[in-house]
Design a protein around this ligand. Sequence first.
Ligand SMILES: [Zn+2]
Length: 75
Amino acid sequence: MPGCTTIHGSSPVNSGHISDEDLELYCLGRSPDARLPRLEEHILLCPSCQRRCQDLQTYLDTIRRVLREERRSIQ
Ligand SMILES: [Zn+2]
């Protein structure tokens, strides 16, 4: 079928992506030590999770900035 493109499934790591929860903990630097090596390895090998991690970090930065500004406007 022409025009049918799938981006998914081309990743070398198909044994399951990192869950949103784990990714969030990882970005916050709060991953449990037992899981950290596996998370780091997966993110290193998986462009899709690298992307999610970057997006999440941007998102967290935005939230931090907003919270800081809100705090400033309350005081
Ligand atoms: Zn992944």
